[in-house]
Design a protein around this ligand. Structure first.
Ligand SMILES: [Zn+2]
Length: 229
């Protein structure tokens, strides 16, 4: 089958990018963002089209995937869906519906509760007589390497209301976690292991301190200040 030209005006910019990779770069060839932009001077967000191709199974490595590449270089490793054919550029994989078996597996992994508010299936909300209904939602997850993944999460009908697609910026979350002090990281690790916010020695000490009479509170504060001398 003859491929259309990557310069074809009738195609969308993602399809043209795919054909440019095949016809100009070639499988296993490397290219830079500058070369990509020079090939498509009329397309404003050509980098984004390249990322969209990854959602369609196109494998494009950066220096993070392949240490032999320089920071500017990317390698076209393998072609994915034939996005220049009518219909193939649509229906990305995240639109596929999930099976009953997949649903059961996701619910089990999420401990049968809404990951946003913690309500369990059939449980009543505190402020209502309506029992909670759990759904499986899809989240667009931006991975640290710039590619996009679609991941599922259990969510109750109320938390999922609104319906607009929510995006998780994983790199931002990882940066926040990495910025924590060693003791904070230990506490967070314990919460993650328990899958709930448990009371550590610090919270317990605070709980006891807060309920103390004034003089006893002063004694605790003085003991702490004494530690610092
Ligand atoms: Zn909820």
């Amino acid at each position: 089958m003859t491929l259309p030209s990557w310069q074809s005006e009738n195609l969308g910019s993602m399809a043209r990018t795919a054909l440019w990779l095949l016809q100009v770069v070639g499988v296993d060839g490397t290219f830079t963002k500058v070369e990509l932009r020079e090939a498509f001077p009329d397309v404003a967000q050509i980098d984004r089209r390249l990322r969209d191709l990854r959602d369609h199974g196109w494998k494009i490595d950066t220096s993070r995937d392949d240490p032999t590449l320089t920071q500017q270089e990317q390698r076209f490793v393998a072609a994915g869906a034939e996005v220049w054919l009518p219909g193939k550029a649509k229906a990305p994989k995240h639109k596929a519906s999930i099976t009953a078996a997949q649903r059961a597996k996701i619910l089990a992994a999420d401990s049968y509760m809404c990951r946003a508010c913690g309500v369990a299936a059939g449980e009543l909300y505190e402020d209502s007589i309506t029992p909670a209904v759990l759904n499986i939602a899809r989240r667009k997850v931006l991975l640290p390497d710039g590619s996009t993944d679609y991941q599922t999460v259990t969510e109750c009908k109320r938390c999922g209301a609104g319906g607009s697609e929510r995006t998780v910026e994983l790199a931002q979350v990882l940066a926040q976690v990495n910025a924590l002090a060693p003791m904070e990281r230990q506490v967070l690790t314990a919460w993650i292991e328990a899958d709930q916010r448990t009371l550590g020695p610090l919270e317990k000490a605070w709980g006891v301190y807060r309920s103390l009479p004034e003089n006893a509170r002063k004694a605790v504060a003085a003991a702490l200040a004494g530690d610092n001398d």
